[in-house]
Design a protein around this ligand. Sequence first.
Ligand SMILES: O=P(O)(O)OC[C@H]1O[C@H](O[C@H]2O[C@H](CO)[C@@H](O)[C@H](O)[C@H]2O)[C@H](O)[C@@H](O)[C@@H]1O
Length: 388
Amino acid sequence: MRFCGSNPFPLSSVHFSDKTKMTKQNVVVSDANSAINMEITLAASNSSLFSSSGQKPPNPKKKFLKKLEIKTGPKINAWVDSMNASSPTHIKSSASLSANEEHGSWIVRHPSALNMFEQITGASKGKQIVMFLDYDGTLSPIVEDPDRAFMSESMRAAVRDVARYFPTAIVTGRCRDKVYRFVRLAELYYAGSHGMDIKGPAKGHNYKKANQGVLFQPASEFLPMINEVNKTLVEKTKSIPGVNVENNKFCVSVHFRRVDEKKWSALAEMVWSVLKDYPKLRLSQGRKVLEIRPTIKWDKGKALEFLLESLGFANCKDVLPVYIGDDRTDEDAFKVLRDRGQGFGILVSKTPKDTNASYTLQEPSEVMDFLLRLVEWKSTSLRGNLKV
Ligand SMILES: O=P(O)(O)OC[C@H]1O[C@H](O[C@H]2O[C@H](CO)[C@@H](O)[C@H](O)[C@H]2O)[C@H](O)[C@@H](O)[C@@H]1O
């Protein structure tokens, strides 16, 4: 099954108090610096990390970090910095010259995908664009309650239009069923649980027969373990106000966005006390969330490669994958594109972050603008071709 060269899809700081605004659906929050996603290993053997010094009043963020041993030293500092930046009590003056300079040079290195639109479409000449879209923070704004992270009708319409022209996949840390309930577009591919649960379009929406029933779950053996850990974490953490443990099928999210900073340390201790007995699980951090998942070598980057392959673009030159995401976990996909020298990663962020993405968009509304421009560009060029 190969579709190379032809279009198989014909037209048929972290701060959240100062920038918080209310919408009808939820409280939209703006993470000033969400580059806090560090790969963490649990210091299962180092229980001394958990004792408090008793010398001076404990800094909850530092104490929180001490619960976890991060693989390399410098990462600890980086995480402390970003945790500090995430706190309203540590926000630096926005007029800071160096911050402006930093942002300026970052944006030169990672220009806006809207400003680079012609370059992107130019690079797609003779190639099939395949779209990969993260969900939270990309298609929907970051909100306080993960169960209310709805996407707008206009965003849904934009994604639907994009999928008319280009094969389109949602790649998310969420459980696949849950993200489907938010997106509700049967014509898309869905890769839930950080890519560990992949499913093709619903019957009747398959672009081609070969894709029918595409389903891949590389972590299925972990299901009982994840359920067990989820249950235990719900039970253990229920005494901490604001904690939300979300079962994402092949991974678990422990949200601390609504937890008082003073309780972060206690929460970390609880999470650690559960996970120390599960060496086959690992912990990483997203936007105000601890993500627990199997240690298998599978991530959003692998999911992207799997999807390209099942779409018939395995070793194909005439494909242009475009991946848009805001989270640290999306970096795995950006890196795959960079390593392949193929396509573009687009990071959704207002603030400078280390990234393998080529371009940036500031927020979901710009993602929508970008998608609409793609649709407009494609429909215009198809109309042009018909006239010729
Ligand atoms: O891969 P993604 O689609 O970006 O999913 C990553 C996590 O997103 C969700 O949490 C984040 O968004 C919430 C709603 O805006 C917000 O409240 C939370 O603080 C963010 O971390 C989702 O709930 C997680 O399960 C996903 O893993």
